[in-house]
Design a protein around this ligand. Structure first.
Ligand SMILES: Nc1ncnc2c1ncn2[C@@H]1O[C@H](COP(=O)(O)OP(=O)(O)O)[C@@H](O)[C@H]1O
Ligand SMILES: [Mg+2]
Length: 360
């Protein structure tokens, strides 16, 4: 079992200082627009992922009128307390403590307090470019497999080096093949590991996404989830060699796992182009619930679920089915935000959920 019992937020985004105590499994958070509902969910997310869901630029998380922020949260995991403290002092590196022990590698914390968020702009995962889908997949796997995140960080770092080398070659008008081969050898190792892991986890996600889609949309449309990678057809090492000329011209690495794609199909056609609004939303929720389910399977307890403004996204029937599944058929903690307090209370009452209400 995993639950968040309290959180104190200082100078994070629009917060000055606020603290919250959570005593129930289902927490409804209400408040007008701009009150800080999304920011509260992001503060919780931050404690789980050591970063914001919405931005990689930490300065944006510091209250505009302040110089740093502090988050202190108390979780309970399998009956053990997990005290998280995160301090951002503005300029220097942020500090992260778990039970008062400082973490030197933040990435190692990811997955130890598993969480899934469904945020308003997440529909971009379905309709936006492939980057959003890779990010979704990376977020799924990072929490399941700590080595994955390490490999991803190595891959990105080496690729930056390779790209700046390609730029140098272009400036100098020559190409140093032996040097490139050294970099390529370094890039191939994490690429192959990431490719293998993506293949494995996609295979497990696919049937879950397909099943959740049908149950949320309440139909039997054939939705398909397909993982595509350059590495499916060719060894990465030979692919890199084959694209030297193109890479030199483009001054960047044109092939690799950073170009992987997840594509969705509906009844054999590209999902993006033919799906209705409702079908898109159903697929988004299917992706997130599949992530939740997969995490639950590996961790053997439910992750924390952060549902931001989902009432705006789903019609009443779909919303009831969603709440039924997350709040009644699962034992995990769920945070749900909404601008209308009454709508939350009505939903809780209808499903006989003994929820806690927090008003901002
Ligand atoms: N770094 C920051 N400093 C101060 N205010 C911020 C910062 N980042 C966001 N905000 C403010 O937080 C408010 C939005 O909070 P949000 O959690 O999105 O509200 P809600 O979800 O309740 O509508 C906005 O008014 C925004 O300007
Ligand atoms: Mg919001």
């Amino acid at each position: 079992m995993l639950s968040l019992q309290k959180i104190a937020i200082t100078h994070f985004k629009n917060y000055d200082f606020s603290s919250f105590v959570f005593s129930k499994k289902v927490v409804g958070i209400s408040g007008l627009n701009g009150k800080g509902k999304t920011n509260l969910l992001d503060a919780i997310y931050y404690c789980c992922f050591t970063k914001s869901y919405f931005t990689n630029t930490d300065a944006l998380n510091v209250n505009f009128t302040k110089d740093g922020f502090r988050l202190e949260a108390l979780f309970e995991k399998n009956e053990e307390p997990q005290k998280i403290i995160c301090i951002n002092r503005g300029s220097s590196k942020k500090e992260f403590y778990v039970n008062d022990v400082p973490l030197d590698k933040l990435a190692r914390h990811v997955g130890s307090l598993p969480a899934v968020i469904i945020a308003p702009d997440d529909i971009e995962i379905i309709i936006g470019n492939s980057e959003g889908r890779r990010r979704y997949l990376d977020t799924v796997i990072c929490q399941l497999d700590n080595d994955y995140l390490q490999q991803l960080m190595i891959y990105n770092k080496v690729m930056l080096q390779r790209n700046s080398l390609l730029k140098q070659f272009a400036e100098q008008g020559k190409i140093d093949i032996p040097l490139l081969q050294i970099i390529d050898a370094q890039l191939t190792v994490p690429a192959n590991i990431i490719f293998k892991k993506r293949t494995t986890y996609c295979t497990q996600l696919m049937p879950m996404v397909e099943e959740f889609y049908n149950s949320i949309a309440n139909n039997d449309e054939a939705v398909k989830f397909v993982y595509k990678s350059h590495l499916q057809n060719e060894h990465f090492a030979s692919l890199l060699t084959r694209t030297y000329e193109r890479d030199r011209l483009l001054q960047r690495t044109s092939a690799g796992i950073h170009k992987d794609e997840i594509s969705f199909e509906l009844n054999g056609q590209p999902f993006k182009t033919i799906a209705s609004q409702g079908q898109r939303k159903s697929l988004l929720f299917a992706l997130k619930l599949a992530q939740y389910q997969l995490l639950k399977k590996y961790k053997s307890y439910s992750p924390i679920l952060l549902l931001d403004d989902v009432f705006e996204k789903l019609d009443e029937k779909r919303m009831t089915r969603l709440l039924q599944w997350v709040c009644k058929e699962n034992d995990g903690q769920v945070f749900i935000t909404d601008t209308h307090k009454q709508r939350l209370e009505d939903a809780f009452e209808k499903l006989k959920i003994d929820g806690q209400m927090v008003e901002l």
